[in-house]
Ligand binder design. Structure first.
Ligand code: FPP
Length: 255
């Protein structure tokens, strides 16, 4: 417990959370954690040092989200397109979940956090899968924050797979084309048991979605930060939450 809470000045945290309306906290926050490489380059460090610093930001933002009652936090940790990076970098990224969970799993268990992984298992190294399997098993009955790592995830492939699954059911007569609804389609996605994100955060100043949850973000509020992910703090996270709370969500209506 103590280790997981380290590094946050309690005074700052209370102050930054003070004016957050607890009755209007986004249920599901999704984050595109971008800028690790540039953060490292700016300091003359190898890219992997940026990813390692990014892991620390994962810890900070998990604590921050949990503290205000966010129900689910999805972190885009590795896309289906990221395999094209140099082997050394891919290898490092695949080892980070292990390192993170080795350090933090016990605290996550104690804090009632449920760890999940969303993405394709095929192609992921055994050691990465084993780390997530252990974490998922040990936290499966936890009822607090869902900490969801999007790993080997790509939204277009997810949609194509969902289409295939529906098409197979139509072919075999389980479904008729008229049975296909938005909610049925959502139930065939990897995120079937999560609400759509209410808030999407992307760091590093890039203004794009990079194949992340394209179906799920139809009515999501976006918040972009120019900070690189390793420098993104709980105070920045709470800025995003406050801005979210100032928005009026209309879902296409006139409210
Ligand atoms: C994008 O930044 C970031 C990634 C592809 C990896 C994100 C992974 C982490 C933040 C660590 C995850 C931690 C755990 C525990 C799984 P980039 O490298 O593309 O940055 P750049 O655009 O500046 O080059």
């Amino acid at each position: 417990m103590v280790r997981f809470l380290q590094g946050l000045g309690k005074k700052n945290r209370d102050h930054s959370m003070a004016d957050i309306d607890r009755s209007a906290v986004p249920q599901h926050v999704a984050v595109i954690m971008d800028g690790n490489g540039r953060w490292a380059k700016k300091r003359g460090l190898p890219r992997i040092a940026g990813h390692h610093a990014g892991m620390k930001a994962v810890k900070r933002i998990t604590i921050a989200a949990d503290a205000i009652g966010v129900k689910a936090l999805t972190l885009y940790a590795f896309s289906t397109e990221n395999w094209s990076r140099p082997a050394e970098e891919v290898d490092f990224l695949m080892r980070l979940p292990q390192e993170f969970l080795k350090l933090e799993l016990q605290e996550l268990v104690e804090k009632n956090v449920q760890v999940r992984m969303t993405g394709w298992r095929e192609g992921l190294p055994e050691h990465t899968l084993a780390a997530f399997d252990e974490a998922e098993e040990k936290t499966k009955d936890n009822t607090g924050l869902i900490l969801n790592f999007a790993l080997n995830y790509g939204s277009r492939l997810e949609i194509v797979e969902a289409v295939r699954s529906v098409a197979r059911d139509v072919e075999s007569g389980i479904l008729s084309p008229d049975d296909i609804s938005e909610s049925l389609f959502s139930s065939r996605l990897l995120t079937a048991d999560l609400p759509d994100p209410d808030l999407l955060i992307r760091t590093s100043g890039e203004l794009r979605l990079s194949n992340f949850m394209l179906w799920q973000i139809a009515y999501t509020e976006f918040w972009f930060s120019s900070l690189f992910w390793p420098e993104f703090s709980e105070l920045d996270f709470y800025d995003a939450i406050r801005e979210y709370q100032r928005r009026t969500r209309r879902y296409g209506g006139l409210k």
